[in-house]
Structure formats: C-alpha cells, structure tokens
Design a protein around this ligand. Structure first.
Ligand code: KIV
Ligand code: ZN
Length: 516
C-alpha cells in the first residue's frame, strides 16, 4: 500500500480570506458537511479569535461535523489559543493550528520581534495548545522567504513542545517547485525529532505554482497538503485542493501516494463553494471548470466519441460531473461531432442530406462562438426535410415584482398536443418566480446549476442573452435565449433546457421499449 497524503481543507479559513468573500454561519456549516462527505481528513473551520461570529461558526462545526479533524487557527499568544480551544473542544478530534512569522521581513516590520522572541513565543504557544489537545499543528509563516536554519530551529522547538504536524507555508507564493521539494527534503533530514511529526505544505498561488509546489512538497516527503476548494484564498488564492486530489489519483503511479477522498463529491463541493463564495470558477479551470471535459475540435471529438480516454485522462464521473454536454459544436468541430449531436436530437440523416446540413453548419459556426441546438434546428428546417419540434413552447410570461411585493409570475405554455397550460407561482426573485411557475406546469425535477446574462447588443434596448444549465436525472442540459426583456429570455432559456431534457428522456424511453 502506498503512503497516505492527508487532505487539510482550509476553504472556511484561508478561503474566506479571499477579497470580497464572507460566509454566513449557515454557509460554513453546509460547506463543512460537504467536506465531510468528501471525506477530507482535516477541516480548518476558521480563526476563532478573529471575530465572535467566527468563534461561533467554528464551535458549531466542531459540534455538528463527525469524521474529519476540526481545526481552528491561532496566533502564538494565549488569548488566541484559548479562544481556539473554546471553539474546537467539542469536536470528535480537535486541532489547534498555531502560527508565527519566521522571515526577517515579517519579524522586523510586522511583529517587531527578534529571532529569540519568536522562538520563545512559538515554544510557549505550542506548549499551551498541547496542554489542551494532543493534536497541535505549527506553521512558521512566510517560511519560504526565511533563513532556513532558523526555520529548522523553530520546527524542532515546536515538535519538542508537542506539535504533531509541522506545516511549511509558502505564504506569498514565492517558491519554485524544485526549490520547495528540496526545502521539504531538508526539513526531513535536518529537523531533530521530525519522525514524531507529519510534514505539511501550504502554498499560495501568486506565481500560479501552488499546486505544482504542493506536489513537489509531496515528492519531498510531505504527507499533508493544505488547500481550498476552487483554489480560493488570499490574493491569487490557495492550492486548489481538488487539483491536488485528482493529480494524486491520476498520477499515483508516479507520486507513490494516495488520498482517502471520495472524489465523486468534488464537483458538488465546487459548485457549493462557487455559490456561497460568489467567486465564479473560470471555464478552463482544471477539474471543475465548465470546459474541463468539453471537446470542441473535430479531431478531439472524433477521438472521444470513439474512445473517451483518447483525450480525457480522468473520467468526469469520478469527479461527480453529470453526464452529457461534452461535445461542443464550434467552427473547428467535424462530422463525427455533428452526427453525435444530431443523434442526441433524435435525428439520423442520409449521406446527401447530412452533407447539406454539415455545410450549413460550417457557415453558421464561422459566425458564432458555439452552435447550439436551436441553431441546429434552424439549419435542419432550412436545408433538410427534418423538423425538430420543441415539445413545449412558451406562449406567455408575466411578472410582477418590486421592493414592496413578493415576486409573482404567470406563465402559459403550449404542450406537444397543442393544448395550453397556465400556472402562477411566487419566488425569491422574478426569475425564480418564473421558473417555479414553469415547474408547476412541467413537473421536471431539476437543479439550476448555471445562469448567466450577457448583453448581445448595445444601448438601453440591448438584447440580453440568457444561458442556463440544469441538471436532471444525472444529465446536464443547457438552454439559451435572447430578448430585449431578460425575464422573457430567462423563461425561454429554461423551457429550451427542459425541452432538451424531455427529448432525451423520450429517446431513452423509446430505446428501452424497442429492446423489450
Ligand atoms: O499562508 C499562510 O502562511 C497561512 C498560515 C496561517 C498557515 O495561511
Ligand atoms: Zn495561507
């Protein structure tokens, strides 16, 4: 069996230090629950002395969350450590994480202390924490810009006082992977008593090297990695913990280590953190970005449609990403991709007709970022005999909203048999009210996972284009619509996505009954 790398998640502490992010206590508890489902080893739930609210949140998490170690952060002074202990003491396994700066620049200009003072403070703080709990972590902040000999002395002193995890932070994201690996290796070789502690790494992303440095740390001998979901954190953020986890899973052959994380919970954790932090995940972000498993070029689509592993080194299902939507039609897409998307629409064409559709598709694709199902339907209507009808059409949408009334929407939809169905609902906002009203007509269980509006023309009468994604029955379906009224566009985009889902369901059903 390979060595285990312990996963220390600091989304709720360092992640919350991202500019503009502030979690509510309910957000924190929800994220902690998801991290426990993911089976991370340690949750750093907050910095209890920093505010009464954070102390309360850490205490709640310590009481409620079973499984992972619950850690709180504390500076190297008695008040911080006592507050931290009050917050974490009810956890199944509580940890106090003590830190103090070790670089000359921090000691001289921020702490205004000399090395002896810092050593004494570290010793006293770790001893105080160890008096409360046997699980104490110690971090020399800004370690990578410190005199390494001094860091070794500090770590040795912390271990002597009872620290069981010693963490090496690259606080300002300054390290280069080879250099950081060497640093960790020398910590193993040079720090007296190191065999009694686990070595941890905590890297920031100022040079975009946080994940690379963390993995270099693992190669150097670290067996705990700290990071945050989606890489949120101070400045350019923290190590993206999901990237480290998937790198270890995918390249365990090279790294010779494993984690115990339930990787299928990663996608849900990422979406949750995106929602509660308000920090959007960039499309091309590794592992959890919208495009991470989408293929646009003809050569890649052809390969993936023949054998997924030709262009995918991980199975999106292992990350918990819903199936569907991996083939994106753009100007660089080819015949295989187009055929597969037409097949998803329930359309199979003869060679001549397909050739006409393909040529028309190429023309449209030259003018657009992405050719979606609506465009394909228009192409089919124009150059082939095939019509793909939307099962449901939006006939009317009416909304009443304002700062003194509950947002209310009425919708009328025309169904596949031509009959009209009308309903109304109240929502948390006007779009929510519309979606609730549509749900009352169509009764499709789904989760709205993306909603974006962009202006496609300019001025006060600009067309707003709404793009949404829903998840239903393990699949993911996009919808897009444009209108000068973004509420109308929102309603049409939703009906469009639901139609895509219903079409897929109808095809699945037809395929199942034809094989019976
Ligand atoms: O970046 C850092 O140095 C930290 C410490 C508190 C571990 O977040
Ligand atoms: Zn940090």
């Amino acid at each position: 069996m390979t060595d285990k790398v312990y996963i220390f998640d600091t989304t709720l502490r360092d992640g919350e230090q991202s500019a503009g992010v502030g979690f509510t206590i309910e957000d924190k508890l929800e994220v902690a629950r998801q991290l426990a489902r993911m089976n991370v080893d340690i949750i750093e739930a907050g910095f209890p002395f920093s505010s009464p609210g954070d102390l309360e949140a850490v205490s709640l998490i310590a009481r409620e969350i079973k499984g992972p170690v619950i850690a709180g952060l504390a500076r190297a002074n008695a008040d911080d450590i006592d507050a931290c202990w009050r917050a974490v003491q009810r956890a199944e396994t509580p940890r106090i994480h003590v830190f103090i700066s070790s670089s000359e620049i921090h000691m001289a200009h921020q702490l205004r202390k000399n090395r002896e003072d810092v050593l004494d403070m570290a010793r006293a703080a770790v001893a105080r924490a160890a008096g409360y709990t046997p699980d104490v972590e110690f971090s020399p902040m800004d370690a990578t810009r410190s005199d390494l000999e001094f860091v070794y002395d500090l770590l040795a002193a912390a271990i002597a006082e009872g620290a069981t995890t010693i963490n090496v932070p690259d606080t300002v994201g300054y390290a280069i992977p080879q250099e950081f690996e060497r640093f960790i290796r020398t910590v193993r070789e040079r720090v007296p008593g190191i065999e009694k502690a686990r070595i941890s790494v905590h890297c920031h992303n100022d040079l975009g090297l946080a994940v690379a440095n963390s993995l270099a740390g693992v190669i150097g001998g670290a067996r705990q990695v700290e990071g945050a979901i989606n890489g949120i954190g101070e400045r350019a953020g923290n190590t993206s913990i999901e990237e480290v986890i998937m790198a270890i899973k995918t390249r365990g052959d090279f790294l010779g280590v494993h984690t115990d994380v339930h990787t299928r919970e990663i996608y849900h954790a990422s979406r949750l953190v995106e929602r509660v932090s308000g920090m959007a995940v960039q499309s091309n972000k590794a592992i959890v970005g919208k495009n991470a498993f989408r293929h646009s070029s003809g050569i890649h689509q052809d390969g993936v449609l023949k054998l997924r592993a030709t262009y995918e080194i991980m199975d999106p299902a292992d990350i918990g990403i819903p199936a569907g939507g991996s083939i994106v039609l753009t100007k660089v897409s080819g015949r295989h991709g187009l055929r597969s998307r037409l097949f998803d629409l329930g359309v199979t064409l003869g060679e001549d007709e397909f050739q006409r559709v393909y040529e028309a598709f190429k023309e449209v694709a030259d003018r657009r970022d992405e050719v979606d199902d609506r465009d394909l339907q228009a192409i089919l209507a124009e150059v082939s005999s095939v019509q793909v009808a939307e099962q449901w059409q939006l006939d009317l949408v009416q909304v009443s909203a304002g700062d003194h009334s509950a947002p209310t929407a009425t919708v009328r939809l025309v169904g596949p048999n031509g009959a009209s169905h009308q309903d109304a609902a109240i929502g948390t906002g006007p779009v929510d009210a519309i979606y609730q009203a549509i749900n009352r007509v169509l009764h499709v269980q789904n989760e709205l996972t993306e909603f974006s509006v962009k202006s496609v023309t300019e001025g006060i009468d600009a067309q707003g284009e709404v793009t949404i994604r829903i998840e239903a029955d393990g699949g993911s379906y996009t919808g897009r619509a444009a209108d000068t009224d973004i509420l109308v566009a929102s309603a049409r985009a939703y009906v469009h996505a639901l139609n895509r889902y219903l079409n897929t369901e109808a095809r699945r059903h037809a395929a199942a009954t034809s094989t019976q």
